[in-house]
Ligand binder design. Structure first.
Ligand code: NIG
Ligand code: FE
Length: 420
């Protein structure tokens, strides 16, 4: 069987070639090849460069051909922050928010995350799986080829394990790779809220029972905590993340979204893979991130959906030298979108990132935050052939058009997983 494919005729081929994550001067370097081609063999990139050169290779002559006729080719998007598995939308809260209720007011009345917990606990594994599979197809249709997914709507042993097992099952059953994160510390579940030592007891359940169980069964690579007002304090977060580290789960953190808690400093101190949200960071937090290898993952979909005016200070983070990534934060409460192109549009207009910076943040930097930058996130020889083709004439038009999907083709490991 012929397992090689020659893609030619990209008016701009964005390779994102170069070493490691991008910060400082290298942030905007997309490594563009005009009239570019990619030769794929056994799912990996065998050659990449100008069409005239690549098509002359002996291996290219035998390959199946695909001419993208002047469209734009780039690495498939890597979405480093999603809450993939949940049972239903929270459209009922969307209306309350429009009428003026804040996210925290809704949560304090039993809505918010607890609303999704109630719905998830009532759902069967096959219902959750069906919904997630349909969702993953939408991710692929917008050019995404790898996602991170967090648990966190179960908040009891059986339900959290049910979600994490689904990450594993789904990753094997369909083309998008799923990187699993344990977020048992999303909020304190209702049954632990009545008494004063309830939160401590819940943390003990996480550190002494669930984290070891998750680690032993290989159900997650990362451990996350929602460190914020109404969720977990910095000290509580440290307890959970330290237990994760003892069991080989690397930290990620929901940090400084609604209030400044010092979570960013904690993330840097623990060598977290990423520190996400960051709307409320201060100058010292920005300096700490700039000096560290912890990725600052920005999630502008949340502020857009919640109608908040205060977006994360992306310009300051980039200009200070931080490794910035972008993600959808796909979830039913604050960011119901699977569209990375929409996130790029928000990054450009609201975060004042350039289109080139936004693409870097959604590919190679996001791959780095998931520890996969040697395999995905750029189009270079021997990397996985994960790529997205957009029906535009200039890469800047990917964020420029908003609310419409210009993705034309998505390939994962050299196989077509979406075609417009
Ligand atoms: O990333 N902030 C905490 N977690 C999610 C929202 C969860 C929800 O409201 O369901 C977030 O914004
Ligand atoms: Fe989140």
């Amino acid at each position: 069987m012929n397992d090689s494919l020659l893609i030619t005729g990209a008016s701009q081929l964005l390779t994102l070639r170069g070493r490691g994550p991008r910060r400082g001067n290298s942030f905007s370097q997309l490594g563009i090849v005009n009239d570019g081609a990619v030769l794929v063999r056994d799912g990996l990139i065998a050659a990449v460069g100008p069409t005239a050169k690549v098509e002359k290779l002996a291996a290219a002559r035998k390959a199946e051909k695909l001419d993208v006729a002047g469209r734009i080719v780039l690495p498939g998007f890597v979405d480093s922050h999603t809450h993939l598995i949940h049972a239903a939308s929270r459209a009922e809260e969307y209306e309350l928010k429009i009428q003026g209720a804040s996210y925290e007011e809704i949560a304090s009345k039993g809505g918010g995350i607890l609303n999704s917990v109630k719905k998830l606990r009532a759902a069967t594994s096959s219902q959750l799986k069906r919904r997630a599979r349909a969702t993953l197809e939408i991710f692929a249709a917008h050019g995404t080829t790898t996602i991170e997914a967090k648990s966190g709507y179960g908040l009891d042993v059986a339900s959290e394990l049910k979600i994490l097992s689904l990450h594993k099952e789904l990753s094997a059953a369909q083309p998008i790779e799923i990187v699993s994160t344990f977020l048992g510390a999303h909020v304190v579940p209702l049954e632990f809220r009545g008494k004063s030592n309830g939160p401590d007891e819940y943390i003990k359940l996480l550190t002494d029972w669930l984290i070891p169980e998750v680690s032993t069964n290989g159900l997650a690579e990362y451990c996350d905590v929602f460190c914020d007002r109404g969720a977990f304090s910095r000290a509580q977060s440290k307890q959970v993340l330290a237990a994760g580290l003892r069991h080989k789960l690397r930290p990620r953190l929901h940090a400084e979204q609604l209030s400044r808690t010092g979570a960013t400093q904690l993330a840097v101190e623990l060598g977290a893979a990423s520190c996400d949200h960051l709307e409320q960071v201060n100058a010292a937090d920005i300096r700490a991130l700039a000096k560290s290898d912890t990725v600052a993952a920005l999630l502008p979909g949340c502020d857009f959906h919640l109608g908040l005016k205060e977006y994360a200070p992306a310009r300051k983070l980039i200009d200070a030298g931080a490794i910035v990534a972008l993600a959808t934060d796909y979830n039913p409460g604050t960011s119901p979108t699977m569209s990375m192109p929409m996130i790029l549009s928000l990054a450009c207009t609201q975060l004042r990132m350039t289109p080139a910076e936004a693409i870097t943040a959604a590919t190679i930097n996001a791959a780095y935050s998931l520890g996969r930058h040697k395999r995905i996130g750029s189009l270079e020889v021997s990397k996985q052939a994960d790529l997205a083709v957009f029906e535009v004439e200039d890469y800047r038009e990917i964020p420029y058009y908003f609310g419409v999907n210009t993705c034309w083709l998505t390939l994962k490991g050299g196989h077509v997983i979406y075609a417009a």
